[in-house]
Design a protein around this ligand. Structure first.
Ligand code: CDP
Length: 796
C-alpha cells in the first residue's frame, strides 16, 4: 500500500538539506571557465590605458605582431572595420569595445593580443606603442557639471555636456506643501562610495567558432546566459540559433558578471577570425579596475517631521556617477533603478526624488552589486536618514522607526513613490531584534561607559526591499520582458531533471530547486538533478541577479511541477480505474477519495506516462513553465549592531550583531542563513575596510587587495540570526520572498549608525564609508563630518 511521504525526510521545503553542489566544490572538482581547455586553444590578453582621459594620437602594434607565437593583434581601428569598435550597453548607451578616438578611463581596453599562451600575449601587449595626448579629467558629478567641463562623450551626437539623465519621481508639489507644514526638517548629505563585487573568480570567456558548422560556442562567466546570447546575436549579427552560451561553474558573481565586457566581444571576434578557440581570463587588477563597479552615488535628503515623530514627507536628490559609459545592467524603466523603493517600510504620505546621472573618467559603474538596482544605496540612505531624524527630534531610534512603520493591517500598501508592498510584520521583527540585543540594558551600559570615557554605540537598520524583477509590464532588458522559466522532465523511473533560465553563482540552486520539486511532487530531492547555464538546453530566462531567482525562477519550478502533477493525476485515474474527480493528492501519492488505501505513487505515474498511458494521451511526463510574477517580493529585515569606538585611534570593534530576516517561507533554512551571513560579511567589509577611489588625475586608488580588503574569518564578527518571523509572500506559489542580497543591502547602515551613535554629542552627522580609523578619529578630534568623495586627498 502506498503512503504519503514525509516532506522533511525527502528534502522538501523546510529541510536544511546539505548543498549538493558542494560535493564537487570542496573536492576541487568544480568546472570553472578557466578549467576548460579546448584543442588548439589560443590565449588573449588586453592592453589597458594607463591614463583616465586622453586622445589617442596613434597605435603602433608592429612590434607585437613580430613576436613569435602571436596570432592576432586587435585594435579599435580593426574592430571598426567590422562595426565592432563600439557596442550597445544594457542601458541604451554605447560603450567602446577597443578605444579608437580617446581613452575615457584608466584601465580602458585599448588593444588585444591573441597568442599561443597568455605570457606571450602579455609581453606582446607591452610591445604595443600608444601615443596619448592627456586631457583634463573628471572624477565626480560636481566636476562633470561644472562650467567649462570637458565633454567626455564627444563621440555622441546631441551630447553637449556630461549629463546622462535628469529624472524625477513622486509628488513635488505635495512634498513642498508637507515641508511647509513641518515642525522640523532633518537634513543629511552623504556619499555611498564606489564599491566592487570582487568575486573570487574574475571574468573570462572561451569563444569557439566552428566554420564547418557555423556554430559559435562561448563558455563564459555570465550570470545571464540567454541575455548574452541575444546581445551577441545583435552586436555580432550572428544567427541566434547558431550561438550557444555556456556558463560553467561560477566563482561568485554578485552583479559583476551581468554586463557585457569588451573582453568577451574581442575573444569572440578573434575566434571567428582565427577559427580557433580563444580564451580570455581577466586578472585581479583588471577586474578591480575595469569591470562593473557599484554605487558611487551622492545623496541629499530632507525629512519633514512633526514634533511627535510622525514623518510627513521626504525629499531626496541623488547624483549618480556612472563612469565613462552608461552601462548599468538594470531592467527597469526608471533611470536610477529602484532607488525610489526608499522608505517603503514606512508610512509616509508623500515624497519626491530627483536623480541626475553623469559621465566621469572612471570605469563604467552602477552594477547592482548584491543589490536590486540601487536598492542598496536607497536603503542605506533611508536608514542613515532615519537615525539623523530621530536624533534631531530627540526620540529613541527604535521608537521612531516603530511609530512610522507600515502597520501589519495596512497591506497592501502603496509607497510614496508608487510601489505596492504586500505583506510584512515589521514591528514584530523589530521586537525580536531589540530583545536579542538586550536593547534597554545596552542603552544603560552605554550611559555608564560614556561617563568613564568609553564610546559605545548601537545602530539599527530596518528595511523592506523589492526583490524579484519583473513583472513583464514594468521590467525589460533590451526590450525583452522580465520573466523566468523552468522545464521539468520526469523520467520513466521517477527520477527527474529540472532546468531553469536562472544561473546560480554559488547560491545553491542545485539544492533548493530540487526541494521545490520535492515539495510539489513528493519526489525525493536527491532524485532530482538541477541544470542551469546552457542556452542550448535551458529554457529562456533572464538569469540570476537582484535576488530574483527564488521569486521568479523558483516560482516557475513550482508551477511546472504543478503542471506535471496535473498530468500525473490523469495517469493515476487511469491506473486506479476511476475518474479524475475521484482522485485526491497527498505528498507523493494519489488515492481514491472513497478508498484512501488504494493509491499510486508519483513514481508509478511516471512509469505509466511512458509504459501504460491511456488511449489518446500524449506519452511522457515533462513540461515547461514561464512565470511572470504579479509583483516584486518584499522581504523585511532588522539589523542591529553594537560597537565600541576607541576615541584615541578611531578604531571600532563590533560587540554584537543581531539579524532578523523575514523572507517568507524558507526553502532551505541553512542556505538562507548562509546567504545572510555572507551578506552581513560584505556589509561589514563595505562599512569599514573597502577603500577604492580616484585621485585628481583619475588614477584608480585602491585597485588592489592591500587597500580594498576582502574580509576573512579573522576580521569578521559573529552574527546572531533569527528566523522566527515568517510572513509568506501572498502571490508567490510557495510563499517565498528573495533573501540573497538583504543583508548586504541593509547591513551597512547598521554598522555606520552604530559608530555615529557612539560619537553622539560631537555634532558629527556623517562619516562616509569606509569608516577607516583615520576618518573616525578625524570626526571625533575635529568634531566634523568626514567626506570620502573623490578626488582622494593627499593625506588619505
Ligand atoms: O537570485 P539569487 O539566487 O541570488 O537569490 P535568492 O532567490 O534570494 O536565493 C538565494 C538562495 O537562497 C537560493 O538557493 C534560494 O533557493 C534560497 N532561498 C530559500 O531557501 N528560501 C527563500 N525564501 C529564499 C531563498
Amino acid at each position: 500500500m502506498s503512503q504519503a511521504v514525509d516532506e522533511i525526510k525527502i528534502g522538501g521545503i523546510g529541510a536544511s538539506r546539505k548543498r549538493v553542489e558542494d560535493n564537487r566544490f570542496i573536492r576541487g572538482k568544480g568546472n570553472y571557465t578557466d578549467d576548460i581547455v579546448l584543442p588548439g586553444m589560443l590565449h588573449m590578453e588586453i592592453l589597458r590605458s594607463p591614463l583616465a582621459h586622453a586622445r589617442i594620437k596613434s597605435i603602433d602594434a608592429s612590434k607585437a605582431w613580430d613576436i613569435p607565437g602571436v596570432h592576432l593583434v586587435l585594435t579599435g581601428e580593426m574592430m571598426a572595420t567590422r562595426n565592432l569598435a563600439w557596442m550597445p550597453t544594457l542601458s541604451y548607451d554605447t560603450q567602446a569595445v577597443l578605444a579608437t578616438d580617446k581613452v575615457r578611463f584608466q584601465g580602458q581596453e585599448v588593444a588585444c593580443v591573441i597568442a599561443d599562451d597568455p605570457y606571450i600575449a602579455k609581453d606582446a601587449c607591452e610591445a604595443i606603442v600608444v601615443d596619448y595626448e592627456p586631457l583634463p579629467v573628471i572624477v565626480n558629478p560636481a566636476q562633470a557639471v561644472a562650467a567649462g567641463a570637458p565633454v567626455i562623450r564627444d563621440d555622441k551626437e546631441n551630447q553637449p555636456d556630461n549629463v546622462i539623465y535628469d529624472w524625477e519621481v513622486g509628488d513635488r508639489d505635495g512634498t513642498d506643501r508637507a515641508f511647509a507644514s513641518a515642525d522640523l526638517v532633518s537634513k543629511l548629505e552623504l556619499h555611498y562610495p564606489r564599491s566592487h563585487p570582487s568575486p573570487i573568480e574574475c571574468c573570462g570567456s572561451i569563444a569557439d567558432f566552428n566554420r564547418a558548422t557555423s556554430k559559435l560556442t562561448v563558455y563564459m562567466t555570465t550570470q545571464a546566459p540567454h541575455i548574452i546570447r541575444a546581445a551577441v546575436a545583435m552586436v555580432a549579427e550572428l544567427p541566434e540559433h547558431m550561438i550557444r552560451i555556456i556558463s560553467p561553474d561560477i566563482g561568485g558573481g554578485f552583479g559583476n558578471k551581468v554586463p557585457v565586457y569588451p573582453g568577451y566581444v574581442c575573444s569572440i571576434l578573434a575566434s571567428i577570425l582565427l577559427e580557433r578557440p580563444v580564451k580570455w581570463i581577466e586578472d585581479k587588477s583588471g577586474n578591480l579596475i575595469s569591470t562593473g563597479f557599484a554605487r558611487d552615488v551622492y545623496l541629499k535628503g530632507e525629512m519633514a517631521l512633526r514634533r511627535d515623530g510622525k514623518i510627513l514627507a521626504v525629499r531626496m536628490h541623488t547624483d549618480a556617477d556612472h563612469g565613462a559609459f552608461f552601462s548599468d545592467a538594470q531592467p527597469s524603466k526608471f533611470k536610477i533603478g529602484l532607488m525610489h523603493s526608499a522608505f517603503a517600510a514606512y508610512d509616509i504620505p508623500v515624497a519626491h526624488l530627483t536623480a541626475r546621472g553623469t559621465y566621469s573618467n572612471k570605469a563604467p559603474g552602477g552594477v547592482a552589486y548584491r543589490c536590486s538596482f540601487r536598492v542598496t544605496e536607497a536603503m542605506f540612505f533611508q536608514e542613515r536618514m532615519m537615525q539623523a531624524a530621530a536624533d534631531d527630534l530627540g526620540i529613541d531610534q527604535a521608537a521612531f522607526r516603530r511609530m512610522n512603520f507600515v502597520p501589519d493591517e495596512a497591506f497592501p500598501h502603496r509607497t510614496p513613490f508608487g510601489f505596492l508592498t504586500d505583506s510584512g510584520q515589521y514591528a514584530k521583527c523589530l521586537d525580536v531584534g531589540l530583545k536579542a540585543i538586550d536593547y534597554q540594558n545596552f542603552r544603560q551600559q552605554q550611559e555608564q561607559a560614556r561617563s568613564r570615557g568609553r564610546l559605545l554605540g548601537l545602530g539599527i537598520s530596518t528595511m523592506t526591499e523589492p526583490l524579484g524583477a519583473g513583472n513583464s509590464r514594468e521590467y525589460d532588458i533590451l526590450g525583452i520582458k522580465m520573466f523566468d522559466s523552468a522545464e521539468l522532465k520526469v523520467h520513466i523511473t521517477g527520477k527527474a531533471i529540472v532546468r531553469t533560465g536562472a544561473r546560480t553563482q554559488g547560491q545553491g540552486h542545485e539544492t533548493t530547486w530540487a526541494q521545490i520539486v520535492a515539495h510539489e511532487l513528493g519526489i525525493p530531492a536527491e532524485d532530482v538533478v538541477v541544470e542551469e547555464g546552457d542556452t542550448d538546453t535551458a529554457p529562456f530566462g533572464m538569469g540570476t541577479y537582484a535576488s530574483r531567482s527564488t521569486p521568479v525562477a523558483g516560482a516557475a519550478v513550482a508551477m511546472v511541477s504543478r503542471k506535471i502533477r496535473a498530468k500525473a493525476r490523469k495517469l493515476a485515474a487511469h491506473l486506479l480505474e476511476v475518474s479524475e474527480e475521484d482522485i485526491e493528492w497527498e505528498l507523493g501519492r494519489f488515492y481514491i477519495r472513497s478508498a484512501p488505501d488504494r493509491g499510486v505513487t508519483i513514481q508509478e505515474c511516471a512509469v505509466a506516462a511512458y509504459a501504460n498511458m491511456p488511449d489518446g494521451m500524449e506519452p511522457g511526463l515533462d513540461a515547461t513553465a514561464y512565470y511572470d510574477p504579479p509583483n516584486l517580493t518584499w522581504p523585511f529585515a532588522v539589523y542591529i549592531v553594537t560597537v565600541e569606538v576607541d576615541p584615541e585611534t578611531g578604531v571600532w570593534d563590533v560587540l554584537n550583531m543581531v539579524a532578523v530576516d523575514d523572507c517568507g517561507v524558507r526553502i532551505n533554512p541553512m542556505i538562507v542563513e548562509g546567504q545572510i551571513m555572507g551578506g552581513l560579511t560584505e556589509a561589514y567589509a563595505m562599512s569599514n575596510m573597502q577603500f577604492i577611489t580616484f585621485d585628481a588625475d583619475g588614477n584608480c586608488v585602491g585597485a588592489n587587495y592591500m587597500d580594498y580588503l576582502l574580509p576573512t574569518a579573522w576580521e569578521t564578527p559573529g552574527f546572531e540570526l533569527h528566523s522566527e518571523v515568517v510572513t509568506p509572500c501572498p502571490h508567490h506559489p510557495i510563499g517565498a520572498k528573495g533573501i540573497g542580497e538583504c543583508a548586504a543591502v541593509g547591513g551597512p547602515a547598521a554598522f555606520v549608525n552604530a559608530v555615529i551613535d557612539a560619537i553622539n554629542g560631537t555634532g558629527v552627522r556623517n562619516i562616509d564609508m569606509p569608516l577607516l580609523p583615520d576618518r573616525v578619529w578625524e570626526a571625533i578630534t575635529y568634531r566634523r563630518d568626514v567626506s570620502g568623495a573623490p578626488p582622494v586627498r593627499s593625506d588619505d
